[in-house]
Design a protein around this ligand. Structure first.
Ligand SMILES: *Cc1c(COP(=O)(O)O)cnc(C)c1O
Length: 461
């Protein structure tokens, strides 16, 4: 199994190298050369299995011998042992044909833990064998950062630096990043928005001297291994509702397009998914692009679902690569146009995208109203991101069971939830002392040289 870049200029890599590299050296994203297939019988056999066993069967064909079978099973077991729910990704019912997939039972209470905990285990195992040391730098709109720090804290061969937009993450999100005390994890708040933070991380990867000098590795949602880990819960939830004998649909609260792209991979592997619905908040570039073909940035408007306050959805490049017939040069040209403000998706590519995805947006008032009415009708407390999903899903319900992904625990966003429904969601017991722990963070300007100097200095110590 080899991985190729969406821009066609970087060398193809093994699974392990693609995971360690993150962004390809030509600025592109790695995708599998071919998508492994699971047939009807293989999917049917997943029904009733523990999450960890489904994870093993779905991911194994992608690893190309990186780990031995038993070793990989062990890494999966360690990755999900810290989750607070035996099902790992339980389904609850919201309405006659509408289900919620709770992806917030991991250690940092957001779906990012599914991928990050596993990447932490896989990178540690690989580095322990080679004796190498790496520096992980990531940008976060709130949840990736804490998930990464939680997954890597205390590991001896890894330093982690997480950039988050100053003042634009919730207090719980910030505290989850600033309170780990281990010396190898570092929180940086930068003066800018999430797109600025993400752009500086990309700059660091594109500065090949810096990249090689500090042995930069990425765990942002562009990392193929993260997408892969997220494919698993599409299978586990779909078979719970009768797949492959009947099809299911999914609605996915979307920012960087990583989570929903994993759903697209599950479908390409053979899982019968009828609709795959992109749900955006008021930062609706993806919904606009799907409807008009114009992918044009419009500035980020801060919302109560901050993990989706994104204009440039990095993983959208992966689906464009498929829509353009896997023509890396065409994708590179589109991305050059994007740097200057935007591009128009060609007619043929747009048709392909519209046949694969539906989309909808949910504004701030609708988000609050959905939190309120869902609680009144079901007793389920939604985080604002999940509420965006539930609202957009409601516009796409039909004869096929709809599964909406609940991407975070409501207690991560207590102010927004309280404003919507008048009640403050409590943190789970295991995190109850978060507000008493001391914080540690460095504030830096939105400036590449300053960030690089800080990272070099810290890893030298
Ligand atoms: C990251 C995140 C999203 C968006 O996921 P993408 O993979 O970036 O589309 C949605 N909700 C929450 C709570 C998140 O942390």
């Amino acid at each position: 199994m080899r991985y190729i870049s969406t821009r066609g200029q970087a060398p193809s890599l093994s699974f392990l190298d693609a995971m360690m590299t993150g962004l390809a050296r030509d600025g592109g994203l790695y995708v599998p050369e071919t998508v492994p297939q699971m047939n009807h019988a293989e999917i049917a056999a997943l029904a009733g299995l523990p999450y960890e066993e489904i994870a093993f069967r779905v991911m194994w064909p992608y690893l190309g011998g990186t780990f031995a079978e038993d070793e990989f099973r062990g890494l999966i077991a360690s990755a999900y042992a810290s989750f607070g729910h035996a099902a790992r990704a339980p389904l609850v019912q919201l309405g006659p044909n509408h289900f919620l997939l709770e992806l917030f039972h991991g250690p940092t209470l957001a779906f990012k833990d599914f991928a990050m905990q596993l990447i932490g285990q896989m990178m540690q195992a690989a580095l322990a064998k080679s004796g190498e040391r790496i520096t992980i730098v990531g940008a976060t709109s709130g949840d990736t950062g804490s998930a990464a720090m939680e997954a890597f804290r205390g590991l001896s061969n890894v330093d982690v630096f997480i950039l988050y937009p100053h003042g634009r993450v919730s207090e719980v999100q910030r505290r989850q990043m600033t309170t780990p005390s281990e010396a190898n994890v570092h929180a940086i708040s930068i003066d800018g928005d999430f797109d600025d933070a993400q752009a500086r991380v990309k700059d660091m990867f594109n500065d090949l001297a810096f990249r090689d000098g500090v042995r930069l590795a990425g765990v942002n949602s562009i990392n193929w291994a993260r997408v892969l880990a997220q494919v698993v819960y599409y299978f586990s939830s779909a078979v719970s509702l009768g797949a492959p004998h009947r099809a299911v649909s999914f609605t996915v609260p979307t920012g960087n397009f990583g989570d929903i792209f994993a759903g697209n991979i599950a479908r390409q592997m053979g899982l019968p998914i009828e609709k795959l619905v992109i749900a955006t908040n008021q930062n609706d570039i993806l919904d606009r692009a799907m409807k008009s073909g114009a992918y044009v940035t419009d500035g980020v408007k801060p919302s109560i679902s901050p993990s989706m306050d994104i204009q440039v959805s990095s993983n959208f490049e992966r689906v464009l690569f498929d829509a353009y017939g896997r023509d890396g040069a065409a994708v590179a040209a589109l991305m050059a146009e994007l740097a200057a403000g935007g591009f128009t998706i060609s007619q043929g590519a747009l048709q392909m995208l519209q046949s694969a995805f539906a989309s909808g947006r949910c504004d701030e008032d609708e988000t609050r109203a959905t939190i309120r009415t869902t609680f009144a009708e079901t007793g389920e407390i939604l985080c604002p991101h999940s509420a965006v999903g539930v609202k957009v899903a409601a516009d796409h319900l039909g004869a096929t069971p709809m599964i909406t992904l609940a991407t975070a625990h409501p207690a991560k966003f207590p102010d927004a939830v309280e404003a919507a429904m008048g009640m403050r969601p409590a943190l789970p017991e295991r995190m109850a002392d978060l507000f008493e722990r001391p914080e540690r963070v460095t504030r830096l300007p939105n400036d590449l040289a300053a960030l690089q100097a800080h990272i070099r200095e810290r890893i030298a110590n």
